[in-house]
Structures are given as structure tokens and as C-alpha cells.
Design a protein around this ligand. Structure first.
Ligand SMILES: [Zn+2]
Length: 336
């Protein structure tokens, strides 16, 4: 085993947290259950993996996983017998109760390497109520040297009984300068990094994901379609149809970011950070006005919830309802 395994690296803004967690472990103060929450796309998963891989490593270097020992190779390959990662089997879907039952069984076994038994649940809110209930007893009476690490961007969706059994740590958004410099390295251009970051509400990994989306380069067209709607130059149904052709999750996120940029402009005269879009967003702010933009933002949040609930709403209908709010039609809104 001479090849070095590729270990997960925590993002720069999480390195201090990682060191704190490792110090906690060193001093024997590690809890049995830890819930780390923070915005989507800020690198919680990387941090969680880096931490657990370091705990598993047989010869950590400076507290971090060495990448060379047997444990590191197994961790990196996802086949370490004492490390379990529980995620939805399909992106955006729920973590099933059977997955949690397997985890409960895992937590009762003797560690094969004689060290920790570690489990990562991400995102924890993907566990439905039954799955969360199935985990309660393990959270209450975990075996020796067991750590359940839960990551969540919506900790409010966890049962209070689950939350109260975990030590909780809230991870803030990274400082803007650090986020811009990291993202600039990834996308090769600081202006592009600024625009992406503004769109992703300051979450760098979310911004990076947007960079790969099908519509980002043509985003001006999307804002202009909203302007055409407001000017009565295009019908809602046509624009909704066009929007439904894009990845709904990332488009809703972008619409949310733009709406807030427009609101910020109206409230405080702040120029939108995305230079390429600035003039269109200012026109959007002026055409829609404060109240309608607020209603639009609320409706975007509802749409995101529908998408996140796994109910698979009809995209075209969803965008139609959303755009009706933007043009101020007092349509009767219904859940999909
Ligand atoms: Zn190692």
C-alpha cells in the first residue's frame, strides 16, 4: 500500500473548527452525538469527513489523517468497517428507516480496529420522523467510543428529542474575503467568483455548484425574462415553460439571491454584487417594487420547500404560480 489515499480536506474556513474538535478528542471530551449545522454549501460534509478520517487514522500527522495507513485507505475507499456514512440513497430523497436500523446495529458491534465506531449522517434532516425515532435509543445509550456526527442545514426539521441528545455546534458562513479567494481559485476569476457567491448567499460550495449549472452563463436572459413579464411583453406560461427546462433547485436559489439583491438596492441603495446583472436587477427592483419582491421571495421559499419535501411538484405549474406572484396576480395558491 504505497499509494497515498485521497483524504478529505476541510475548507480553509473550517480548519480552526477541525482543530478544536481534534483537541476535544485529545482531551477525552468528545461527545457521543454531535450535531453540526450551517448553511447549505458551506463545506460541512468536507469538515465532517476530514474529522472522522483523522479519528480513524492510525498515524495522524499534525492531527490530520496521514493518507498512508491501512485505516486511511479504507476510509477513503468508503470501506472502513468502523466508519459508516448514511446519506439518502437518491439525492434529495429521505434517509430510510432501514438505513437507520442498520446504523443502530452497527453502533452495537465491537469495533474491528479496536478504536472508534464512527457514523456520519448527512443531511440529518433527511431522516423522516420514523427514522429519527429509530435513532433515539442509540443517541441516548451509545456504546463506548462511539460518535454519531450529524450534519444539517435545516436543524429545525429534526425532532427536539433528537436535537436535545446531541452536542450542537453552529457553523457560520465563511468570511467573505476568504470565500471569494477560495472560490476564485476554483473558477479562475475573481469577478465570476463574486457573482456566483452573491447568488449563493455567501455559501462557496453552493456557488461552485452554480458555476456548473446549465443556465449560469445565460443568467442575464433569465432576469430579462422576468423584466419582460413585468412589462407585459411575455405571458407567464411561456416564461414558466422556459424556467421549467432548467434545474429547478439551483434556479430557485438564484431567483432568491437576485430578489434579495433587488430588495437591498431598494432599501439601502446597495449596488448588486453581480456586475453583469447589476443594471437588470435595478430595473427589476424598480419595476416590481418592495412589496411584490417580498411576496416573490416568500413564494420562492415555498417552492424550495416543495422541492425539498420530495413530493416532486410539476415544475411548469410551480414556476407559473411563482411568476404570477411576481406580476402581482392574486392567484389562489395551492400546494403541489
Ligand atoms: Zn492514516
Amino acid at each position: 500500500m504505497s499509494d497515498r489515499a485521497t483524504m478529505q480536506l476541510a475548507c480553509p474556513w473550517h480548519r480552526e473548527t477541525l482543530q478544536t474538535l481534534l483537541a476535544q478528542q485529545h482531551e477525552g471530551r468528545l461527545p457521543h452525538a454531535l450535531l453540526m449545522s450551517g448553511a447549505l454549501g458551506t463545506g460541512k460534509y468536507r469538515l465532517g469527513r476530514a474529522f472522522l478520517e483523522a479519528l480513524m487514522c492510525q498515524k495522524p500527522v499534525g492531527g490530520l489523517a496521514c493518507g498512508e495507513c491501512q485505516a486511511c485507505h479504507l476510509s477513503a475507499a468508503g470501506s472502513h468497517p468502523d466508519l459508516v456514512i448514511v446519506q439518502p440513497e437518491e439525492a434529495g430523497k429521505a434517509i430510510k428507516i432501514d438505513q437507520i436500523r442498520r446504523l443502530v446495529e452497527f453502533a452495537s458491534r465491537t469495533p474491528q480496529f479496536g478504536g472508534y465506531r464512527l457514523a456520519l449522517i448527512a443531511p440529518a434532516e433527511a431522516m423522516n420522523r420514523n427514522a429519527q425515532n429509530a435513532l433515539l435509543k442509540t443517541l441516548e445509550e451509545p456504546g463506548e467510543n462511539t460518535l454519531l456526527l450529524m450534519l444539517s442545514h435545516q436543524p429545525g426539521r429534526l425532532l427536539p428529542t433528537v436535537r436535545s441528545r446531541c452536542q450542537q455546534r453552529v457553523l457560520p458562513l465563511p468570511p467573505r474575503d476568504q470565500a471569494v479567494s477560495w472560490l476564485s481559485e476554483q473558477v479562475g476569476q475573481s469577478e465570476r467568483a463574486e457573482a456566483l457567491l452573491a447568488l449563493a448567499g455567501g455559501a462557496p460550495l453552493q456557488a461552485l455548484a452554480l458555476d456548473g449549472s446549465d443556465w449560469f452563463a445565460g443568467r442575464e436572459k433569465i432576469v430579462n425574462q422576468c423584466l419582460a413579464l413585468l412589462a407585459g411583453r411575455q405571458p407567464v406560461s411561456i416564461v414558466a415553460q422556459a424556467f421549467a427546462g432548467h434545474d429547478a433547485g439551483s434556479l430557485l436559489e438564484a431567483l432568491y439571491g437576485w430578489t434579495h439583491a433587488a430588495l437591498d438596492y431598494l432599501a439601502r441603495g446597495v449596488e448588486p454584487a453581480d456586475k453583469q446583472l447589476a443594471s437588470s436587477l435595478i430595473k427589476l427592483a424598480q419595476a416590481a417594487g418592495n412589496d411584490r419582491l417580498l411576496a416573490f421571495a416568500t413564494q420562492i421559499t415555498r417552492c424550495r420547500r416543495w422541492l425539498g419535501s420530495g413530493s416532486n411538484p410539476n415544475r411548469e405549474l410551480m414556476f407559473e404560480q411563482l411568476l404570477l406572484v411576481l406580476v402581482g396576480v392574486d392567484a389562489e395558491l395551492y400546494a403541489f
